[in-house]
Write a new protein. Sequence first.
Length: 95
Amino acid sequence: MSKGRVWMPFFIGDWEKSQDIELMPPEAEACYFVLIRKSWLSKDGGIPDDDTSIKALLGKFSGWWEIASKYVRPKFQEKNGRLYNQKILDELAEM
């Protein structure tokens, strides 16, 4: 992990005002937040695009992925077998 990645900008106002987040069940919101953090810490800003790997990243929240995936997956774009969140990529590009 690079020294610049020990913190992550998190815009609580954006999160709280997001209708997408508001409409997520709590399981999906928790999974989304975990995957955002994992994306931030990954070397390329992405996470693997397979459910087994995603569940491993989710750890204690892995049992919620069945419920969460239909809400969370659309927040990421697939490229070369990885999932990327555009806001994370934008923030990483500014570092």
